[in-house]
Design a protein around this ligand. Sequence first.
Ligand code: NAD
Ligand code: TYD
Length: 350
Amino acid sequence: MKTILITGGAGFIGSHVVRLFVNKYPDYKIVNLDKLTYAGNLENIRDIESKSNYEFVKGDIVDSAFVSDLFKKYGFQGVIHLAAESHVDRSISNPTEFIYTNIIGTVNLLNAARAEWTEKPGDNLFYHISTDEVYGSLGEEGLFTEESPYDPRSPYSASKASSDHLVRAWYHTFKLPVVISNCSNNYGPNQFPEKLIPLAINNIKNMKAVPVYGKGENIRDWLFVEDHAKAIDEIFHRGKTGETYNIGGINEWKNIDLIQLLCKIMDDKLSRSAGTSASLITYVKDRAGHDLRYAIDSSKLQADLNWAPSLQFEEGLAKTVEWYLRNEVWMNNVMTGDYEKYYDKQYVKR
Ligand code: NAD
Ligand code: TYD
């Protein structure tokens, strides 16, 4: 039996990865380590919490002694590291937290894995989950490949770039077995409503303004979260040690076009007359340093590991809308504390 540590498994992507691994690999013991920040929610994984091959540990990856003790206690053979501060806007208002969790937290895990695997060498792997935002911003043409130079622009992407470099440094210097993937924007169930799609769904549902930053012309490549989880499964089991894989949806959307599509779906699902949801679109002050375009070339992953996105965007988006409309309680429970205050403050009309 292999014991695998998944960090950040109560968050958006992590919860889908935990679910996939717990259900698909009954021979693995999955330990989910999560601090349960505002973005972590045990409701996301309620359905698997009583499985015998699953255990949850609440803790902070920034606490090096705690992380090192955890490795000694469980003797992990694999790590899938997702825990992070993940929202660009929050990294602009509070960068320091991103440095602690995304950089120091990653180093603590690398150190603990190195200590454990020096003592017990074998079939071990440290899999670091990262973002395409480390490559910076594209113009109208071109795609990010695994060879694209790093050029992060936000405190979030700079902290993730830093952690990617450190993971590679541990591979080259200490021969720690690692693999890295850099993925485009994810969407789907359980995403905290600070990110564009769930925030817009929630606001449209409640007939509140849908904030579009700048002119809405920024472009993102969107991937359904379960397709990301499947790619992570392939890379963890069949990826080559020391390699990097780009993961993307081959699905570029201008923000305003995406929001218009979402408005149409919402009108339809809520039986509203055409145009009702779109009337909520409100252009607001642009994000500082807003990256223009992200787009991923995932041909290496497709060729080497035979992975491809399975869902068409319209289908995935409709599924996502249905999930949020069905899970009103989830949505209300995660919007705790100063949520309203924090998000209303950003809506400075252009
Ligand atoms: P999320 O914000 O939804 O979840 C992050 C999780 O990490 C939460 O459960 C939180 O409680 C936990 N966490 C935060 N700080 C911690 C700490 N100090 N110790 C332990 N746990 C801590 O994030 P997400 O969107 O699911 O992203 C997961 C990973 O995937 C991140 O590393 C992110 O950089 C990467 N990624 C995200 C996207 C995306 O579109 N969301 C795209 C590519 C890569
Ligand atoms: P987001 O979901 O925050 O992801 P990221 O910044 O990591 O790409 O934002 C996606 C895009 O949507 C990005 O170009 C910023 C824009 N955006 C808005 O226009 N309005 C919003 O309320 C949010 C949260 C994002």
